[in-house]
Design a protein around this ligand. Structure first.
Ligand SMILES: [Cu+2]
Length: 66
């Protein structure tokens, strides 16, 4: 299962790193794929979308579930 978010305010490598770390902490063992040009965050191997969404928000970004 994969969970996707659109994160419009993820704009650079630093944002991507911060979000990757936040998701990794919320969903240990999940794989996080970031596509910066489309502002897309894809998480595979996790099933709690709300928890991941909260983690991205707590990191300072505005995730929109896709
Ligand atoms: Cu950035």
């Amino acid at each position: 299962m994969s969970i996707e978010f659109q994160v419009a305010d993820m704009t650079c490598g630093h944002c991507a790193k911060t979000i990757t770390a936040a998701v990794a902490q919320a969903a240990p063992g999940a794989t996080v794929t970031i596509d910066l040009p489309t502002h897309r965050v894809t998480v595979t191997g996790a099933d709690d979308a709300d928890k991941i969404e909260d983690a991205i928000r707590d990191a300072g970004y505005q995730p929109q579930p896709v």
